[in-house]
Design a protein around this ligand. Structure first.
Ligand SMILES: [Zn+2]
Length: 285
């Protein structure tokens, strides 16, 4: 049969695919058909694998190239969550509000209620929240038995007291608010308002009180090695994310759920804010 004859025969044949043949009549042992099926399956598997690999790569690239969007949406969702969980919108110093509640690296804090405070030193003039005061007393006693003289210098402060400190000393030292904020929190934005923070000095080296030299004292070394045992930590270590000057004397209590939340919810927001600011700087330059 030559080509012309073959084509003529082919034209006369009714068009019929394997789907037109009832299943029971199909000859599945046909070698050529199974070869085609194997080829089709191989093609299908390889194209699916290719698609999956492509999806993984593009997903990875997308996650690398869009951090700003992710942070922004996180911040938005946090704000929405805060609105939901904080129905009392009249409280301006709620630490749950949002990351906009910060000024020159300091966060807004509510004044601890007087009923929560107890005297810790100087005939009760220096006060802290009860939970923090209890652990502080333990810490002072243990340090003393080891020959270390920890001296509380300042504990709870009202907003009015912080106002006098911030603006009074700022004027005295000819400092702008930004310069002052690097060394002291503005009123409403001090950890001292919470009743969980305190400044500590070394009774054996009072000249180092409230200076960076405090880090050279026995008291500071002892605190570095032991304070966490009592739930205390340094608020502003060197190169802290808040951009506040190093304050080796300023410690805060984070040893119970309320104190921990008070400080750590803000830290998370601060990291987000800093990342957001840095990304926008990069995209602007
Ligand atoms: Zn302080």
């Amino acid at each position: 049969m030559n080509n012309a004859e073959f084509l003529r025969k082919l034209k006369n044949l009714p068009v019929m695919s394997s789907y037109d043949i009832p299943e029971a009549l199909r000859d599945n042992s046909d070698v050529s058909t199974s070869k085609v099926n194997v080829r089709q399956i191989t093609l299908l598997i390889s194209s699916m694998t290719g698609f999956i690999i492509l999806a993984i790569i593009s997903g990875f690239l997308f996650s690398l190239t869009t951090p700003k969007t992710a942070i922004y949406s996180q911040s938005i969702s946090h704000r929405q969550e805060s609105t939901r969980t904080n129905p009392d919108q009249n409280k301006p110093l709620s630490f749950q509000k949002n990351s906009a509640d910060s000024i020159l690296g300091h966060f807004a804090y509510r004044e601890a209620p007087m009923s929560e405070l107890v005297g810790i030193y100087q005939n009760g003039q220096i006060k802290m929240r009860q939970a923090a005061a209890k652990k502080l007393q333990e810490m002072l006693i243990d340090a003393k038995t080891q020959g270390v003289n920890l001296v509380p210098i300042s504990g709870f402060r009202t907003i009015a007291q912080q106002e006098a400190l911030f603006f009074g000393i700022g004027a005295q030292r000819n400092q702008t608010p930004a310069q002052r904020a690097a060394v002291s929190a503005p009123p409403k934005y001090s950890e001292h308002h919470t009743g969980y923070a305190l400044d500590i000095g070394d009774g054996s080296a009072p000249a180092s009180n409230l200076t960076a030299n405090f880090e050279k004292t026995t008291a500071f070394r002892w605190l570095e090695n032991n304070a966490a045992r009592y739930g205390f930590e340094l608020s502003f270590p060197r190169n802290n994310l808040q951009g506040v000057n190093y304050e080796p004397w300023h410690w805060r209590f984070v040893g119970n759920p309320h104190s921990f939340e008070t400080f750590y919810k803000r830290q998370k927001q601060n990291v987000q804010t800093l990342l957001k600011e840095n990304f926008s700087k990069i995209s602007l330059s």
